[in-house]
Design a protein around this ligand. Structure first.
Ligand SMILES: [Zn+2]
Length: 78
């Protein structure tokens, strides 16, 4: 998948409300072929359990979570 298509898809996931924050740095992303879990490590690294991510270390789900976090108001660190 070309990068621009992936980014476009990521924006669509965010716009359509397909990202659900489930806590502890975990996000559910409802993709076209199922729901995937994006996990953020303590150092802010994102991983996804889809096939595309395991092949290329990047996917539209991870990109969508990056966009989602960028758009929402940042939470104070507690
Ligand atoms: Zn993915």
């Amino acid at each position: 998948m070309p990068l621009d298509v992936m980014v476009e898809k990521a924006f669509r996931l965010v716009r359509d409300g397909k990202i659900e924050e489930i806590g502890e740095g975990r996000f559910n992303v409802v993709g076209d072929h199922g729901t995937y879990t994006v996990q953020m490590s303590p150092i802010g690294r994102l991983t996804c359990n889809c096939q595309g991510f395991s092949r290329r270390k990047m996917c539209s789900h991870v990109a969508a979570v990056i966009i989602y976090r960028d758009l929402k108001p940042s939470k104070p660190i507690s």
